[in-house]
Design a protein. Structure first.
Lengths: 83, 576
């Protein structure tokens, strides 16, 4: 696992609704009810931070954030260089 | 020019708008926005109207729309009205909803409306489509509006002021879904009052919205009001906003918006989720009314927003509150646009409030005092009375159920005489909300009916409980869903307490919890904050043998004091 993925997982662990849960890169987060849509912004901000990309609103859906692996794939797909 | 409303129908209002004025801007992201003028919008609405007409839809037919937020949805809604048909918008399924569960929700609503057509968009997921049972309704894909219909002729709308204009749904997912049918005349009377108290001006006002259009606040305040008053509305989808809440500030800055309606939690959510280094990029000086509506109004949430963005030019006089519901078209109250800035905030003796349900004013900061924020003053031709459990009309300053009368009140729930009979008694609509009236201001303090309001969205606990009880490890009928105030979010969290069939099952609590959590999401698209699994006979029963919600709540809060937050114990004052 990359250090970036580990940083993201650490952020997810802070946000999930079940403390102490084991999370890996492929754990479903949104579809399992572990995080809700109001927590997605925290993940997006962290993702922008880690990848140094701007992830535009309107180009990302909750399903694109369902696992840590998907989050990085989404950032690669829609991320733009910081202005 | 100040807005004046003198149309016979909503269609007349749309047809009277100047063709070259901007109406809707669909804000996708920083680099992509689409604007339709009133003329272009009418063209699109005509295309949709012709599609509906070609498929046998005519005057009075109900048409269900299940499309993502945006101009195509709005123009299809208007297209149905152009034909004299009666549109109703349902929530677009999000990806968390399982196809087999979705079918159940949709079938109930379309059957109750006896809809002639269900209109979906081209991207509607095929796996959901396979499960849609429509009865007699015909399934249509919305027309491609890329090529405008121009000023093509349409059949005579044949709308009368007393005809049904549309149906909006107040809450609920399945059997509990309630359709509120409204006439053109009722909606126009309402908008006349609302535009007067808001002092709307078509040359000045621009509405910002992320609100879903299947909810009254989004539909009436951010679509029908701008359509009738010829205002520009800049909107984005709720999901885009919730994932990037600072885009609201960007849109205010770029478009110089003046008005927005927001549920209470947004007043905390935006400042807390906008990185501080970006704050100075925004200009909020154009805002003249940010109206806190659809959740209990909290002064601390509004103060937080004001303190964060006052350096961006936000005026304190822009903070407002309103009490609204689909059954009254929309608003019952609105805080004064002129005069003292912001809604009234009062402090009352906490002990007397809790024990006697009486408001005794005390100075701010008095130990044990509770704080209430007014939802404003009654709109013209609106009346409220506060009623006790025994049906007695209470004096000012006493807490009871809020009952409403107005000239825009609904006549009943569509095809649901059973629900109508419970809700409207002696010409008064019993809202199920608890509040008090004091010095010409209405304060809403809680709910009598079992309803959770999560991020401004109404959710029936029964819907959640039914899903929880469908788990084989849970004793049937022994689950309770509660809304517990979360001060960090400024809204309620869903908390579930459920009894397992046998005490031994508690050893598998983690697995059961995980399954319940994903079942709730798959059915309802909402996430539960905490699930408490309890041994048999833990939940308090009523004499009828049903799980008793309020006593179970007290027991849960006593056992888990970390959940017990006093929602009215405000820390901040208006000026800090």
């Amino acid at each position: 696992m990359t250090p970036e993925a580990q940083q993201m997982i650490d952020q997810v662990v802070k946000l999930v609704r079940k403390p102490g849960l084991q999370i890996d890169e492929n754990t479903p987060l949104v579809s399992s009810g572990l995080i809700d849509s109001m927590a997605l912004v925290d993940l997006l901000l962290k993702l922008e931070d880690i990848t140094h990309l701007r992830i535009p609103a309107g180009k990302v859906q909750p399903k694109d954030m369902n696992t840590v692996a998907l989050m990085f794939a989404t950032a690669q797909r829609v991320g733009k260089p910081r202005k | 020019m100040p807005v004046t409303i003198k149309y016979r129908t909503l269609v007349d209002a749309l047809l009277s708008a100047p063709a070259d004025w901007p109406f809707v801007t669909d804000w996708i992201d920083e680099d992509e926005q689409k604007t339709a003028t009133f003329g272009e919008f009418r063209g699109m609405a005509r295309v949709q109207a012709l599609l509906l007409k070609d498929n046998g839809v005519s005057v009075g037919d109900r048409v269900v729309l299940i499309m993502p937020q945006g101009i195509p949805l709005m123009s299809t809604f208007a297209g149905a009205m152009l034909l004299g048909a009666v549109p109703a918008i349902l929530a677009y399924p999000n990806f968390k909803v399982e196809p087999s569960k979705y079918r159940f929700g949709l079938a109930g609503v379309t059957a109750n409306l006896r809809a002639k057509a269900v209109v979906i968009d081209n991207e509607f997921p095929d796996d959901l489509l396979g499960h849609v049972t429509l009865g007699e309704a015909r399934l249509l894909r919305a027309a491609n509006v890329g090529a405008f219909g121009g000023e093509r002729d349409l059949p005579d709308p044949a709308n009368e002021p007393g005809s049904l204009a549309f149906i909006q749904h107040s809450a609920g997912t399945t059997g509990l879904q309630k359709g509120v049918a409204l006439t053109h005349a009722a909606v126009l009377r309402h908008l006349e009052h609302l535009s007067a108290v808001l002092n709307l001006d078509e040359a000045r006002d621009i509405v910002y919205s992320w609100l879903p259009l299947y909810h009254d606040m989004g539909l009436i305040a951010c679509f029908i009001l701008p359509m009738v008053c010829h205002l520009h509305v800049v909107m984005q989808s709720p999901l885009d906003w919730v994932m990037h809440p600072d885009t609201m500030l960007q849109i205010f800055t770029d478009y110089k918006c003046t008005l927005a309606w927001l549920p209470n939690f947004s007043f905390q959510f935006v400042p807390r989720r906008t990185p501080r280094e970006r704050w100075s990029n925004y200009d909020m000086s154009s805002a003249r009314a940010l109206i806190n509506c659809s959740e209990p109004v909290r002064a601390s949430s509004m103060n937080e927003f004001y303190n964060a963005f006052a350096p961006c030019g936000l005026k304190q006089s822009a903070l407002h509150a309103s009490y609204a519901m689909a059954e009254n078209v929309f608003a019952v109250t609105q805080s004064r646009i002129h005069g003292k800035p912001g809604p009234e905030v009062i402090w009352a003796d906490g002990q007397r409030f809790r024990a006697e349900h009486i408001i005794e004013l005390v100075p701010e900061g008095t130990p044990g005092a509770v704080c209430f924020t007014s939802s404003g003053q009654l709109l013209p031709s609106n009346r409220v009375q506060i009623v006790s459990d025994s049906g007695e009309v209470l004096q000012n300053g006493c807490v009871g159920e809020i009952a409403i009368q107005s000239d825009s009140l609904f006549q009943g729930y569509y095809n649901r005489a059973d629900l109508t009979e419970k809700a409207i008694r002696d010409g008064w609509y019993y809202s199920g909300d608890l509040g008090f009236y004091l010095d010409d201001e209405l304060y809403v303090v809680g709910r009598k009916k079992d309803l959770l309001i999560i991020g401004g969205e109404n959710i029936y606990p029964q819907d959640i409980e039914e899903i929880v009880c469908s788990h084989p490890a849970i004793h049937d009928g022994r689950a309770i869903a509660l809304g517990v105030f979360n001060p960090d979010l400024g809204t309620e969290d869903i908390v579930v307490v459920a009894e397992v069939e046998k005490e031994e099952l508690l050893q598998q609590a983690d697995e059961i919890e995980r399954e319940i959590r994903s079942n709730v999401v798959a059915n309802m698209g909402v996430a539960v904050r905490t699930i408490f699994l309890k041994p048999p006979k833990w939940i308090v029963k009523s004499t009828a043998g049903k799980a008793a919600r309020s006593t179970t709540r007290q027991k849960l809060l006593a056992e888990h004091p970390e959940l017990a937050v006093e929602p009215y114990r405000e820390k901040t004052t208006r000026d800090t």
